[in-house]
Design a protein around this ligand. Structure first.
Ligand SMILES: Cc1ncc(COP(=O)(O)O)c(C=O)c1O
Length: 398
């Protein structure tokens, strides 16, 4: 049997070094738990970065995958397959959206949204091509999406970036107003910035963006790749603000761990993408769509309500840790539902390592934020166990 280190070392020989994986080779999962190559067991409080939302090896998702795997895997979008229609029906039945485009990742979903915005205005004869995104935003790593990503370090060496992208200050409507013009195609925003540090917009910000977009005549597009599908306590995060976007993107939790992305919009706006304008070979793949339909079944079958309760429990637990640790260590607890963070005084690398050494997996966000995004199916006992370990580690930290 190979050790974690042996497997990791083989990776160093053959993988591009764009990741710096932690030294645990995960070979199996069950619910909220992951097992490494040496048989050690870890409580997963990061859910594959807010993706494995129904736990690992979920029997319902396995059954959906196996059932579809015995039928047909891939035929391309040159033909009709029913799982993608069923999934689009689920998304449209549960949101403002009337039409869905499928792809394979968050970046692709956002790329489709950005292209749709430009093409929509182009078709109307308007020269509206500019995108207003936000400092601290994360939208993906394709050239267009990384340009909208509001962290200049991610642009380094990849220029020239896509022209026409501006960054306003997250939470600051005046900074958006200053960038809006008759060239603006869309305002593009995460309802809660995930990678940027689990930053929730101030109350009224999303409504303010809606009003500004309507006055200006540009689109309002929400990136729900990290916060969508129950992560923050409602199916989509923007529901909590009562604000409806023109376009919404999904990925991560949509497939519960199988690669899939979606760009959802109104019927009217969808008309910009006629045959030949945009496409994806794997988009709407029957395996991925069948699993994503099972994700909807599970959320509707009680997981969403459970996640809401667990989100409050996690929020209370983190608030208690923050107050016990004091301002010297923890600046503030952040987040909503089961997407939470502790903004730390120092970068949380040592805390992440110490948690892992005590068999609890957590991750970082936005430099100094310790981020938690456990499976939505996590039990109260598991959550309390994770919080107990995290509390010890934070209080013992230097
Ligand atoms: C809000 C948001 N948008 C887009 C992406 C990019 O998704 P992907 O890595 O699937 O391309 C991410 C990934 O973390 C994200 O958090």
């Amino acid at each position: 049997m190979s050790t974690n280190e042996e497997i990791a070392n083989r990776g160093l020989d053959v993988l591009v070094g764009n990741y710096a994986p932690q030294p645990v080779a995960l070979v199996r999962g069950e619910g909220s738990w992951l097992f490494d190559a040496e048989g050690d067991k870890f409580l997963d409080l990061m859910g594959g970065i807010a993706t494995a939302t129904l736990g690992h090896a979920n029997p319902k998702l396995q059954a959906a995958l196996a059932d579809q795997a015995s039928k047909v895997w891939h035929v391309s979008n040159l033909y009709t397959t029913e799982p993608q229609i069923q999934l689009a029906e689920r998304i449209t039945a549960n949101s403002f959206a009337e039409a869905v485009y499928f792809c394979n990742s968050g970046a692709e979903a956002n790329e489709a949204a950005l292209k749709l915005a430009r093409r929509h205005h182009h078709d109307r004869g308007d020269d509206r091509h500019e995108i207003i995104a936000f400092e601290g935003a994360f939208h993906g790593r394709t050239l267009f999406t990384v340009t909208t990503t509001g962290t200049p370090a991610y642009w380094e060496g990849f220029g020239p970036m896509v022209p026409g992208v501006h960054h306003a200050k997250f939470g600051d409507l005046d900074s958006v107003r200053a960038l809006l013009s008759e060239k603006t195609a869309a305002i593009f925003v995460e309802p809660i910035q995930g990678e940027g540090g689990v930053r929730t917009a101030p109350a009224g910000f999303l409504q303010g963006l809606r009003d500004l977009a309507d006055e200006n005549g540009c689109l309002l597009m929400f990136d729900e790749v990290q916060v969508g599908m129950g992560r923050t306590g409602t199916l989509f995060a923007h529901e909590q603000e009562g604000v409806t976007p023109d376009v919404m993107t999904l990925a991560k939790a949509l497939g519960g761990g199988i690669p899939i992305g979606a760009m959802a919009t109104t019927r009217e706006l969808s008309k910009a993408l006629v045959p030949g304008t945009h496409a994806s070979t794997f988009g709407g793949n029957p395996l991925a769509c069948a699993v994503a339909c099972a994700v909807f079944d599970e959320l509707e079958g009680g997981v969403l309500d459970h996640a809401k309760a667990m989100g409050e429990r996690l929020g209370d637990g983190l608030a208690e840790i923050a107050s016990a640790a004091g301002h010297d260590k923890v600046l503030e607890p952040r987040g909503r539902g089961l997407l939470r963070g502790l903004a730390m005084k120092e970068a949380p690398g040592a805390i992440i390592d110490a948690c892992r050494e005590r068999n609890v997996l957590v991750i970082s966000a936005g430099g100094n934020v310790l981020r938690l995004a456990p499976p939505l199916t996590i039990t109260a006992e598991e959550l309390d166990h994770g919080l107990r370990i995290l509390r010890e580690v934070v209080l013992e930290s230097a």
